[in-house]
Design a protein around this ligand. Structure first.
Ligand code: DQA
Length: 149
């Protein structure tokens, strides 16, 4: 049997991690986060597909494509978290387990960051642990996938 596939989606500006507002997001690059997440998935017997786009429609296409290929989705939609009903609709449409992640604790920040559309489709939200948020999300999702199998 092949390893269940976890799709990790990253939204706008997350490609700039490492240099982008390091006092908020830290100095790890997105590649560092990918490596740590991939190691965690490996240890849990899951495969990982880790992607980033600055474009809302591309993220929506990737969510739609996950139907039939991925066992679950981890999403950090960046600022689309706070604006994209279209992304929420896509996540609801594919009917896969979703975990939302954020590097920063969005609830400590500006009020406009307190709303999350993907959060309405997510089983849970992990925020505020930097790159470790992704590792925690992989552990949570792998557990959900195994108990559902
Ligand atoms: C973020 C939080 C968002 O508010 C912000 O727009 C981001 C990053 C985080 O991971 O902390 O781009 O999703």
């Amino acid at each position: 049997m092949s390893a269940p596939l976890i799709l990790v989606l990253n939204g706008p500006n997350l490609n700039l991690l490492g240099t982008r507002e390091p006092h908020i997001y830290g100095t790890d690059t997105l590649e560092d986060v990918r490596l740590a997440t991939s190691r965690a998935a490996d240890q849990l017997g899951c495969a990982l597909d880790f992607r980033q786009s600055n474009h809302e429609g591309v993220l929506i296409d990737w969510v739609q494509d996950a139907r039939g290929t991925a066992a679950g989705i981890i999403i950090n939609a960046g600022a689309y978290t706070h604006t994209s009903i279209a992304l929420l609709d896509a996540l609801k449409a594919v009917d896969l387990p979703v975990i939302e992640v954020h590097l920063s604790n969005i609830f400590h920040r500006e009020p406009f960051r307190h709303t999350s559309y993907p959060g309405r489709a997510a089983i849970g939200v992990i925020a505020g642990f930097g790159g470790q948020s992704y590792v925690l999300a992989v552990a949570a999702l792998a557990n959900l996938i195994k108990t559902a199998a």
